[in-house]
Write a protein that binds this ligand. Sequence first.
Ligand code: UTP
Length: 472
Amino acid sequence: MCSKIKKELSTFEQEHILDFITELNQDQREQLLSQIEQINFEELDELIKKYVINKPEIKIPENISPSPYFSEIPENDDQKKLYDDANKKGKELLAKGKIAALTVAGGQGSRLGFDGPKGSYPVTPVENKTLFQYFSESLLRAGNKFGAPVKWYIMTSTVNDKDTRDFFKENKYFGLEESQLFFFTQGTMPAIGLDGKLLLSEKDSLALAPNGHGGTLLALYNSGALEDMRDNGIEHISYFQVDNPLVSVVNPFLIGLHALQQSEISARALIKTGPFEKLGNFCIVDNRLEIIEYSDMPDDLAQEREDDGKLRFRAGSPAIHVISRKFVERLTTGGRLQLPWHRADKKIPYINQNGEKINPEESNGVKLETFIFDAIPMAEKTMILEAQRENEFAPVKNQTGVDSAESCRAMLIARDAKWLEAAGITVPKKADGSPDCIIELSPAKFFDLEDVKEYFKEKSSVIEPKAIIYYE
Ligand code: UTP
């Protein structure tokens, strides 16, 4: 079999991954060997030396300044005109079918600890709709509202691809046409022990992990999704994460401003709640836009304030983007793109020398990931648009507390309450100002505030305290 493989593994001191090969049946051997064959050991060995054995030093550039951004409310008449034009342009692009949605759903969701693709996690306050159902209904309504179905690209990973496709199929694609959906799978990277040795997750399998959301760009190219976009006349991609049901899946204003500004990659920004909020910081370095991770931002810079007391670096990234298809094509020409690697220390279950499965209590290894936002400095033109957190960002990361399903439900209720109030409905309030009821607007009917106002135009209504109501 594998004298060539053995030789290569021994050159790079990784021959232990064949320790159990004699115990494996034919299929198991083939699986392991094919995983091994896909690895470029020379490159991996360099990464191990650079990122695992030696912890990479984070070099913060010297000349960082905060990035300017468009405020959500226009600041003068010219801007008001630009924003009106942007809204119009976004709607036109949607009506012509030039916009696709793209959801990154390849992550492992380890903090949530949910057994299944994160998109199949139930999240809405009354109907318990899953994240995937919520997005599907919103896209369905967007298609009807703007006049053309929105094609939806969903990135999975090898770990959850089948379950994700099955979930959609079992649920009849939540009313979308099957042809409207394009599932594609991102690449993987082997997980590496702290000693630089590759880890086995089973005797017949390496511990493989998805290669980070930066893997989206090459996966679009490799899977044919990018070609499919071109064939379907898609010009811009509305990018969001699977765990944020509050995001507007295709936002005409954001899309239109992106297009009018001829931006290659655009981003929404939230005003950070404090200097150390766990959001990437929009910064300008050498005239280029860059996101500097919260963990890499020096404390003194993070805490700098302007004369009026506002944080100097106050624009944080909720990972909502519009990306031009041509930019992705440019970056992935010839199927090559190298984004910088980031090291994440994790608890990685593995098979030890005795063939026993170990579930470590402390970090025992490293996963290497690339991040989508590292593509931003490669763009010639970028654009950032402020968003109100309560309208756009309610991520489900943890089981409880901050960024949990519970906090997300509360934000969904609060947003729907705000829309209902703006449409003339009286919503009962608790002493702290939050809604004293559990309400849910179906995105299949209510894509935005305009839809809510239109529906309640002739109706007035008062919601009773403690009421539980689903509007569909
Ligand atoms: P997170 O960084 O929050 O990771 O991903 P996660 O895997 O969902 O959760 P934890 O950290 O293990 O608890 C942000 C978004 O990027 C996607 C996720 O699915 C989520 O939508 N993602 C992340 C990918 O699509 N692929 C990856 O390799 C990593």
